[in-house]
Design a protein around this ligand. Structure first.
Ligand code: AMP
Length: 206
């Protein structure tokens, strides 16, 4: 089963993916983790990936697609993708990688205004990059920080990039009949239940 999670940056994809994957026993492939590993390599490519991520643009498809393809191929096949695909070219590349295509694309629907309000409060662990609700990461025991790309100007740029590059991705999945919009506001557990219900409905009809 391959599920794609779409939604504006700051919509809560990372949080919901972790919850849904844990309950259904799915692997998570987060493109930003794959790219962060590339960015750590002391090489001009690593530096360029780091610069793009810090300024809120998209890393070029020629870099992202092979890196994600490698991780998908190495996994169990039961996967939730976080942050991929983000362009129509990436949708097409994903379609080529999978014999049966994507089972479901969940769009977590959260407005830009709500995203801006959320990222003003968002903290992550500087070591494992997980979202952290308190001042210290419970796993790594280091102080949580704001994400470098959560600077307000960068967030606006990421929202703009989303509208320009990623909104066509939701249309791409809608055209193939696998897009399910899910309201992403309210308590995290309510959102998780809405996603699980959407997955149940799709496996009942699919
Ligand atoms: P995220 O945490 O998913 O919002 O990703 C953080 C940053 O990683 C984005 O702002 C982009 O710079 C980069 N990134 C993540 N996924 C992709 C992708 N599929 N294509 C290109 N760049 C990406």
């Amino acid at each position: 089963m391959l599920i794609v999670m779409l939604g504006r940056p700051g919509a809560g994809k990372g949080t919901q993916i972790a919850r849904v994957a844990a309950r259904l026993g799915l692997d998570v492939v987060a493109t930003s983790d794959v790219l962060r590993r590339l960015a750590d390599v002391p090489h001009p490519l690593g530096r360029s990936v780091r610069d793009i991520m810090h300024t809120g643009g998209l890393v070029p498809d020629e870099v992202v697609v092979p890196a994600v393809a490698e991780v998908i191929r190495a996994g169990s096949g039961d996967v939730v993708l976080d942050g991929f695909p983000r362009t129509v070219a990436q949708c097409e590349a994903l379609d080529d990688m999978l014999p049966d295509g994507v089972d479901l694309a969940i769009e977590l629907v959260v407005s830009s205004a709500e995203v801006l309000a959320r990222v003003r409060q968002r903290l992550v662990c500087p070591q494992c990059a997980a979202p952290v609700a308190q001042a210290t990461c419970p796993r790594c025991r280091v102080a949580a920080v704001r994400r470098p790309d959560d600077d307000e100007e960068v967030v606006l740029r990421r929202l703009w990039t989303y509208e320009r590059e990623t909104a066509p991705v939701t249309r791409w999945f809608a055209d193939r009949g696998v897009l399910v919009p899910v309201r992403g506001t309210g308590p995290a557990e309510d959102v998780t239940q809405r996603i699980l219900a959407a997955l149940d409905r799709s496996s009942a009809t699919g």
